[in-house]
Write a protein that binds this ligand. Structure first.
Ligand SMILES: Cc1ncc(COP(=O)(O)O)c(C=O)c1O
Length: 453
């Protein structure tokens, strides 16, 4: 039986009533990708309050790599519910926090001694990574990338690149943040081509130390190994190796923000593994908690120990229920071949998307790593002018036809795939059929004629 089942037009009557209540009660600054209200979710699907069933390509923005409501995660949570919900780890600690820290120290890249701190959200984890890097190096500055997204708190907004809707109107931000171009080969800031560019963008860090900020003032360079909100951009294989060599030559730390690219999304537990790199500090969040809020900062032991006692923490940071869920998530990765599945899901998408690209020039780029896949939409292949309006129309068509998708990219012209990795092949085909007819419908509406490439 098909997973997608639509009983009402979208949004249905109950969702419409909720939207009215929401408009009166909740600020407009919190926007919604879709106008439907969810009633339940399982594996890779969700059902709304009107009984419409959708395939979920958003996974709570990458928080459900293991799938909605997986039984081992639910059991671990139930077991913890029967013990205690909260004590505050800074008052009376508990064993599952320590056990999870031990597991994180084992599974993150690098054989050196490590330590892990838990907090609640990705942004909070990035904030703490910056605090720790500053405490360790005694230096103030952080270098971040164009197209980066690191969160919505003030420091992480300073690190984030996209102006609208994230930063505009919220200044001033913390100082001592510097920005350099990312290895976004499809839109190279230097108009060069890989590999003949010889990784100019990575090597340019030396120049930044001369012309922008002195290396002895820089605590860390922070990067997403694969850009998340910035559009699922995958740098060339040697990019990070070259970048980190330059960092270390100058005593600068490298922080990998794996909030979105981590926890199995790319076919390895962390995307850093694809590049053969060992970040000094690695930040994880989202899918680590299997749907519950949790984030981790893992790093070299001597770096993590730089802040003194009491310098790190938070009332709910490393909540025992979330820790129990995360331990179950790690077990699931060990048992269920989810990393293999991430690659299968990614290949499935790539195969269909590269076929579409032959027919519809609106698809400028198909890219991704493992199960972290995306298409970038353009008005013209020649000019690469972004097509944000068409992208919006495609996502709207998708949810009206039973597929929840979300966009990304500094130009809001990327459609990304963050489907739970437990999705079946049949569900993938069903979902991709919807995306295909969305592309066809929107492309034909632009008045263009499908062209073979
Ligand atoms: C790479 C990256 N870093 C940090 C964050 C912020 O995480 P949170 O929304 O949990 O604060 C996100 C969220 O999308 C992200 O993708």
């Amino acid at each position: 039986m098909a997973t997608i089942q639509l009983r009402t037009s979208i949004p249905g009557p109950k969702s419409k009533v909720l939207a009215e209540r929401r408009n009166a009660a909740v600020p407009r600054g919190l926007s919604h990708g879709t106008p439907i209200y969810v009633a339940k979710a399982q594996d890779a699907w969700m059902e709304d309050v009107d009984g419409n069933r959708y395939i979920d390509f958003a996974g709570g923005i990458g928080c459900l790599n293991v799938g909605h409501r997986q039984e081992p995660v639910l059991s671990a949570v139930r077991e913890q519910l029967d013990k205690f919900l909260h004590t505050c780890v800074q008052v009376t600690p508990y064993e599952n926090y320590v056990r999870l820290a031990e597991r994180m120290n084992e599974v993150t890249p690098g054989k050196f001694p490590k330590k892990t701190l838990f907090v609640n959200t990705g942004a909070e984890a990035v904030e703490n990574a910056v605090k720790i890097a500053r405490a360790h190096t005694g230096r103030p500055s952080i270098i971040a990338f164009e197209d980066a997204f690191h969160g919505r708190t003030m420091m992480t907004l300073a690190l984030t690149s996209k102006t609208h809707p994230y930063k505009a109107g919220f200044a001033p931000f913390p100082s001592d943040v510097y920005r350099i171009p990312y290895a976004y080969c499809y839109r190279c800031s230097y108009s060069m081509k890989y590999p003949s560019c010889d990784l100019f963008c990575a090597r340019h860090l030396e120049d930044t130390f001369k012309r922008v900020v002195a290396s002895e003032d820089v605590a860390a360079v922070i990067a997403e190994p694969v850009l998340g909100e910035g559009g699922f951009v995958v740098p060339p294989p040697d990019f990070y190796r070259v970048l980190i060599e330059i960092c270390h030559k100058h005593g600068v730390l490298f922080i990998a923000d794996e909030v979105q690219s981590g926890f199995g999304r790319t076919g390895t537990l962390f995307a850093s593994e694809h590049y053969g790199i060992e970040p000094d500090i690695l930040v994880s969040a989202k899918s680590i908690g299997g749907g519950l809020p949790l984030a981790a900062i893992t790093g070299r032991a001597e770096i993590m120990d730089a802040p003194g006692p009491g310098g790190l923490g938070g009332t709910f940071a490393g909540n025992p229920v979330s820790c129990a869920a995360a331990l179950a998530v790690l077990d699931l990765f060990d048992r269920e071949n989810l990393l293999v599945r991430a690659n299968e899901v990614g290949n499935h998408f790539q195969k269909r998307a590269t076929e579409w690209q032959k027919h519809w020039p609106i698809i400028g780029d198909v890219r991704g790593l493992g199960g972290m896949q995306a298409i970038e939409l353009v008005k013209s292949r020649e000019t690469r002018e972004p097509a944000p309006d068409e992208t919006k129309q495609i996502t709207q068509y998708c949810y009206e036809h039973g597929l929840i998708t979300i966009t990304a990219g500094s130009y809001s012209n990327v459609i990304r795939v963050l489907v739970p990795l437990v999705v079946t092949d049949e569900q993938m085909d069903e979902a991709l059929d919807v995306l295909e007819s969305a592309l066809k419908t929107v492309y034909e509406k632009t008045g263009a004629v499908a062209q073979p490439v």
